[in-house]
Design a protein around this ligand. Sequence first.
Ligand code: 5GP
Length: 113
Amino acid sequence: MMDTLFSKIIARQIPADIVYEDELCLAFRDINPQAPVHILIIPKNPIPKVIDATEADKDLLGHLLIVAGKIAKNEGHEEAFRLVINNGENAGQSVFHLHVHILAGRNFNWPPG
Ligand code: 5GP
């Protein structure tokens, strides 16, 4: 697949405020935060959208959620945080490198907008 903006962040070609990294994923603060804490977790091996994931990705996708919880806890928000994955333009996806948004530090409405 084409290099995305996020692949460039992984390669350190674009700067980012990185909060977590391991062999499978990278997490960094969103440039346009929608909450006091807004962090994106991305797999290092890019998948464009959730719909493109296969059985072979199940451990990786599970890992992203486990890491999301650890990051929320590290940020002091283990009691309340929201995870969002947008799939497709009409659902709000703008970067086609699968990412989990971690949002915390304010109250969230349901249903989401
Ligand atoms: P999406 O809309 O695809 O679900 O989320 C993409 C997110 O990436 C948006 O929240 C947007 O603010 C964030 N973003 C876009 N460009 C950059 C960038 O260069 N650096 C960082 N840290 N975040 C970015």
